[in-house]
Design a protein. Sequence first.
Length: 86
Amino acid sequence: MKVLVLYRLNSEHRRSIEEFVDNLRKDGSIKVETLNIDTREGISIASLYDITSYPAIMVLRDDGVVQHLWLGSTIPLIDEVKSYIS
């Protein structure tokens, strides 16, 4: 399982998303990947998962299936994200 975070680097959500990612990584057991939505890879992933609102936080299984998805400015609690990883 991994957490994938899609966001824009030049947005008002940048600071809160980066703090969220840092807190997730502190656990050490959670694989977290971030992507800038303004890159080719970011656009490709957003298209693949039909994401149209940012930031987007996804918990993905190893086979790429979405376990849970949060969209928009409401950032989930760390424990909420962890509950989908267990």
